[in-house]
Write a protein that binds this ligand. Sequence first.
Ligand SMILES: [Mg+2]
Ligand SMILES: [Zn+2]
Length: 193
Amino acid sequence: MKKAVFLDRDGTLNVDVGYPSRYDQIDIYPQSFEAVRKFNREGLLVVVVTNQSGVGRGLLTEDDLQDIHARLSAAFSRRDARLDAIYYCPHYVHSADRRYRKECDCRKPQPGLARRAAADLGIDLGSSYMIGDKTEDVLLGRTIGAVSVLVLTGSGRQSLSQLREQKINPSHVASDILEAADWILDEEKRRLR
Ligand SMILES: [Mg+2]
Ligand SMILES: [Zn+2]
């Protein structure tokens, strides 16, 4: 069984601009490349899990989304960083398109995307990590028994206040994905001791 780092996309790996439909709207945080390289070197699978209800809302097609993800992966490859897989939820409960109109089990904080990745890639969820900027990311991490790290990029600061009101504590709060990576690598060392 492998360990994974589940990564949220918008607000964690790249700037959250709200429903981008083309790759040229994706602005990857510069520190994301080094963070992903560190996970790769540590032998942790890097799996992006992202809510993309823009598909269900008719703001982009699933082909547009797959094109964005292919280019995103290629951008990481060019920087010697590897995204092992990208899983997305295209659903929206009020979608006009019946293919996407459902109360699914994959929209974060529901654990469907992580569970699918675990089955496909042989991941032990309980020894894995979840990094994200929203409450739903922290809750997903908790549901699957992973260690949750909240990043303060994207919506991270608002999320931190919401989590405190709900008395939910992420395992760690990091300024950004690179600091989260450094903390996780230290945590891996602590676990091995
Ligand atoms: Mg996000
Ligand atoms: Zn879904």
